[in-house]
Design a protein around this ligand. Sequence first.
Ligand SMILES: [Zn+2]
Length: 206
Amino acid sequence: MKPAYHRQITQIALQRQFSPLALEEIITANLGQDALRYQIGHDHFHFDSNSFQAGHAYIKTCRNNAITATSQGQIQLARAEFGRLTHTVQDFYAHTNYTALWRELHPQAAPQQIDPLLESCLTDPRLHSGRLYYPLELLSFLPQTQALVLPHLPKDSHAHMNKDDPSRPDFEYAFSAATARTRLEWQNLAEKLTSLQQAQLTGVPC
Ligand SMILES: [Zn+2]
């Protein structure tokens, strides 16, 4: 996803639960995952190139780190760990064909109706994510050369599969699924915290 949409998704999903400062810390960590140094060799941060096992494991690690940091009173670190997790779960919908598999089962459904965790789609053997075919893929990131290189990249490339911005097919479904999933991730984390810890993390008194 482009940074503006990671920001919007995170705001919509979490702004009722978190103070503006806490939310900003989460968003900063989320956006930090797209730093240039994390674009190569960090496929699991973005669910690129079918890095499903590593991606799911990374989400779990971030969640556990957030719990540990909260229990040690390291609230800023806990928010950063949760922020990193939100980036990866959001990219899942932007970089895989999950939305296509879900829409196959619900052809009439609106974007807002998408279930982000439908088991039959998550375990569908056809589930895959975009591969990064460097160096040609790099040119697909530039608006000036995107159209030029697209015909030369395979159908399973990131360039063909991504739903990173509204110009891409299914973007609204990816956006909606990512928003719902971000909310669920907070619920999942909150369940493992005491109400005092939740208040510390959200910056909102209980
Ligand atoms: Zn990313």
